[in-house]
Design a protein around this ligand. Structure first.
Ligand code: PMP
Length: 423
């Protein structure tokens, strides 16, 4: 492999030269809008497999962080970022200091996109956008871009707080119909798709694939009744946690801060024919066409966050891709739900078994007066952020991709001890 001979490169110690981009493959190239983009990346295959900083299963100094988001990140990714924080691969500067239009950052964003495409097997007729504003901004961007006028009907399935918020925001820019709501059952289930009263003229059918607060997750997906409509999914809290058939969706969107990176990056995967003229009132920053035409570089993107997402995507590929990741997630969820279900009612998960989330596990204590003590005692054992969302109370353990099995095992063993002490 030939290595850059730039002056900065020559000054680098041998140990850092292996991170240098190969100038022959280091081409940033994005061409026509709405087209699959052949990606050439800064990292050669050799670089992809450069040894990362030593990975420990779980550093003793770190807490087991069960937060719903921002959430725990893979240790190997944090250490890799640490090793590249000061100078990124011979570029002479940190990723935070780079021009977003320079070749180094372009290679970072292109590689992040190409790795995400590999992970989710995103068909070529879909665009990937790296945006800002969180998933909350997408609640407005969707009707603004997918409806021609604020009078267009759209369907929403409301399975929890997040789909409810999405529905409410859509009221400003479209005519959304909440065709099903789980509110009366405290959002503990998902409807039978056959029972849905879909509007045959709806432009899209919106779901939240995983309700972060209520712990309800779709295991299969509904099909819009209108053959010209598309399925739109908020996958913020189960993005890249398992394989997904992207071709079943018109739009998938997700805030990064649960499974794939820090907050500040929002990923939108959208079928190219849906990137059309948005409603006239659409702010430029919410227009998919603008971002797609400019390959997410219309304005300054969240560069460092995108870099971090790229490291996470690399890590997920190195783990064997999403099939392997899902197996790990299933195992973690299974031992936690079994502990809850096997506690003779001491712990209880209100969610219907068939739709329990692999990512967010809400549970209550039969003796609710012990909740404060549970959280305090768990924190003493280095397990934090177990308090349920303020709107629902109880406990919630978020066990995203980066939560090690050891963290869940430790939690389960703590739960058993706590029960033995208080039963
Ligand atoms: N949708 C879901 C499913 C979420 O979990 C969240 C955040 N917790 C949001 C949307 C809102 O995301 P953001 O804070 O990135 O706007």
């Amino acid at each position: 492999m030939s290595i850059s001979t730039s002056p900065q490169a020559q000054l680098l110690p041998q140990s850092q030269k292996r991170f240098l981009p190969n100038p022959r493959t280091h081409t940033a190239h994005l061409s026509l809008p709405f087209r699959p983009i052949p990606i050439k990346c800064a990292s050669t295959p050799a670089q992809l497999h450069t040894p990362q900083a030593p990975t420990q299963a779980h550093s003793q100094e770190r807490l087991f962080n069960f937060a719903a988001g921002p959430a725990t990140l893979p240790e190997s990714v944090l250490r890799r970022a640490q090793s590249e924080l000061f100078i990124w691969r011979g570029s002479g500067m940190s990723v935070m200091e780079m021009s977003h239009r320079g070749k180094d950052f372009k290679s970072i964003i292109e590689k992040a996109e190409s790795d995400l495409r590999s992970l989710l097997q995103i068909p070529p007729e879909y665009s990937v956008l790296f945006l800002q504003g969180g998933a909350t901004t997408q609640f407005a961007a969707l009707p603004l871009n997918l409806c021609r006028s604020p009078h267009d009907p759209v369907d929403y399935i409301v399975t929890g707080s997040w789909s409810d918020k999405a529905f409410k925001e859509a009221q400003k820019y479209s005519k959304p119909n909440p065709i099903w709501s789980g509110k009366a059952q405290n959002y503990t289930n998902i409807p039978s798709f056959a029972d849905l009263q879909q509007n045959p003229d709806a432009r899209y059918l919106h779901i939240c694939a995983n309700e972060t607060i209520h712990g309800v997750e779709y295991k299969t997906y509904p099909t819009p009744l209108n053959p010209n409509a598309v399925l739109v999914a908020d996958m913020s809290s189960n993005f890249c946690s398992k394989p997904v058939d992207v071709s079943k969706f018109g739009v998938i969107y997700a805030g990064a801060q649960k499974n794939v990176g820090p907050s500040g990056v929002t990923i939108v995967i959208i079928r190219n024919d849906l990137i059309a003229q948005a409603q006239d009132v659409t702010p430029v920053m919410l227009e998919y066409r603008i971002h797609a035409e400019n390959h997410s570089l219309y304005n300054t993107p969240p560069c460092y966050g995108i870099y971090m997402c790229g490291l996470v995507f690399e890590d997920l590929l190195e783990q064997g891709g999403l099939v392997e990741v899902e197996k790990k997630n299933q195992k973690k969820a299974e031992i936690l739900y079994s502990a809850i279900d096997g506690s003779n009612g001491f712990y209880r998960c209100p969610v219907e078994k068939s739709v329990r989330s692999l990512m967010n596990v809400p549970f209550t204590l039969e003796k609710s007066e012990l909740e404060g003590e549970f959280i305090k005692e768990a924190a003493k054992e280095n397990m934090v952020q177990l308090k349920g969302h303020r709107s629902v109370g109880g406990m919630r353990a978020s066990i995203y991709n980066a939560m090690p099995l050891a963290g869940v095992q430790k939690l389960v063993s703590f739960m058993k001890d706590f029960q033995a002490k208080h039963a």
